[in-house]
Write a protein that binds this ligand. Sequence first.
Ligand code: PMP
Length: 330
Amino acid sequence: MRYAESVLDTIGNTPLVKLTRVTEGIAATVLAKVEFFNPGGSVKDRIATAMIDEAEKSGKLKPGGTIVEPTSGNTGVGLALVAQQRGYRCIFVCPDKVAEDKRATLRAYGAEVVVTPTAVAPDSPESYYGVSDRIVAETPGAFKPNQFFNPAGPAAHYASTGPEIWRDTEGKVTHFVAGIGTGGTISGTSRFLKEASDRNVRVIGADPLGSIYSGGTGRPYLVEGVGEDMWPDAYTPDLVDEVIAIDDAESFAMTRRLAREEGLLVGGSSGMAVAAALKAAKNLPADAVVVVLLPDSGRGYLQKVYSDAWMRSLGFAGPDGDTTVRDVLA
Ligand code: PMP
């Protein structure tokens, strides 16, 4: 019989899928590493397992302990999944702007969700950082994974994402492209691929226009999960050869094309990464192999990037229009 002992054993070993339609006019092979195949639906399952493993090993998390993290997104789902399987209590703190569907997803896994007001200063005790710190202080056996500063994040990608890409391309990968949020994915994967290839793999970051990784000021953008206005420890800029900025209009247009033309229903940061990968691949020869990582599924964004009404309300063109938009965020 062939089966997994636990759903956690199905994390990782996600497939590479060749992009064939959006790559028109490009000679290089462009392969998407599709992370929605993870059981929690995103790349973050990898770091959730790794951060909890490390905390157990180092004694920061003991049997019956409580995991507390200010997150509403994919990391929360990954942590909720792992925590539940290992018998930990999970409390997530998220601002009230977070869609009810996302909170409901976390609760469905058995996690508790504490909602804080959005309209307070980040250093206010009522902010979601402030509230999560208070819960940690008041809860015996509490552990805060702190994904932006936890080295187990990039280490998870060094141990799994990088080796999988190297194995599945039989060492033929020449370029790796990923969005930068905490920076864990790109830093850990790059470290492995550069070591394995004697530094021959070129690593390209994709960043929302306005974010600091591509030289912006932290100006707001709509694509979720990527970009920053501060420098987290999980990111090692030296491991990234180039960062390409992509604006929301282009990210969202490509996201929708991936669903309609490649059958890949993915989130906006995937569209952003593919847009950057295609720019990088444009003048590459036919023997180049570009791997681009798609972090999550589009199911969580049906009311956003996949909604014509939402796109139009923000000045983005509909599915068949052009992608030039007025700059709604300026
Ligand atoms: N896309 C999405 C949807 C994410 O949730 C994240 C994680 N914040 C990323 C991309 C970026 O990954 P990383 O944090 O490893 O840089």
